[in-house]
Write a protein that binds this ligand. Structure first.
Ligand SMILES: Nc1nc2c(c(=O)[nH]1)N[C@H]1C(S)=C(S)[C@@H](COP(=O)(O)O)O[C@H]1N2
Ligand SMILES: [Mo]
Length: 235
């Protein structure tokens, strides 16, 4: 089933709107690729999260910026499902009711975006990745997790970061349903990595032995993306 897109899909003004959206998107993608090529924002410093709150090169913001490829898919909970498979003993597929009936986890964490903004103390509610792991039972060879979203976005991350205690598939932020622009109905939240690894509008999770670069990773962004080691870009 095709998710509906953020723009209407008939009429004339629309071609224009769409043209402009494409332009905006291409500009963003080009400039972010350029950042990777230039090593923009790199301080060359590492930091210890037990001694500092802001990773190197980051600045604190109070609002919550929206960052994505410019497509905000609209997925009604009835049309939503999450497929979990790959190297697992018990693959599963949750519809919205099944997802919401799982044990609920809450976690408060900081966001660090590779474009340099950080936002402290975000309170997320959802299903802990550890609970999901207990259910699907990844095989011992598993080393990576590959994510797919309803807007076509993909990203990859090490299994350990995905499995961390503070990682979850979130449906709420600050006690309210996650807004569409921030990835509602459900997104991944992996606080130990730059925020581009936290896929919005999450649709599929695959456990794997072999790594597979996602959208930004193919365009020069780091395979792991640990903000404390300032892993912004591929060497
Ligand atoms: N599906 C999807 N997830 C995505 C993105 C995207 O374009 N599509 N952008 C990533 C990037 S680069 C960032 S910084 C965060 C931004 O999340 P926010 O808009 O809620 O701040 O989402 C990440 N997850
Ligand atoms: Mo980002």
């Amino acid at each position: 089933m095709e998710p509906r897109q953020g723009t209407p899909d008939a009429g004339q003004g629309l071609t224009l709107t769409r043209g402009r959206m494409d332009e905006k998107r291409e500009k963003l993608i080009r400039s972010k690729q350029q950042w990777a090529a230039e090593g923009r924002l790199l301080t060359g410093r590492k930091a210890d999260p037990s001694r500092e709150r802001l990773p190197p090169g980051q600045r604190l913001v109070k609002d919550w910026p929206v960052l994505d490829l410019g497509i905000h898919p609209e997925i009604a909970p009835d049309d939503w499902s999450l497929t979990v498979g790959g190297l697992v003993e018990a693959p599963l597929r949750w519809d919205w009711a099944a997802f919401m009936s799982q044990p609920q986890a809450e976690s408060v964490s900081d966001i660090h975006c590779v474009t340099s903004w950080s936002r402290f103390d975000n309170r997320w509610t959802g299903v802990a990745t550890r609970h999901l792991i207990d259910l699907v039972k990844p095989r011992p060879e598993t080393r990576f997790v590959l994510l797919k979203s309803f807007d076509g976005y993909t990203t990859n991350l090490p299994f350990e970061n995905f499995a961390a205690e503070d990682a979850l598939i979130a449906h709420s932020w600050e006690g309210k349903p996650l807004s569409r622009e921030h990835g509602g109905p459900a997104r991944l939240v992996v606080p130990s990595l730059y925020f581009w690894k936290s896929a919005k509008w999450l649709r599929a999770i695959a456990f794997a032995e072999r790594d597979e670069p996602g959208y930004w990773e193919k365009l020069g962004y780091h395979d792991v993306g640990d903000p404390w080691n300032e892993e912004r870009y591929q060497d």
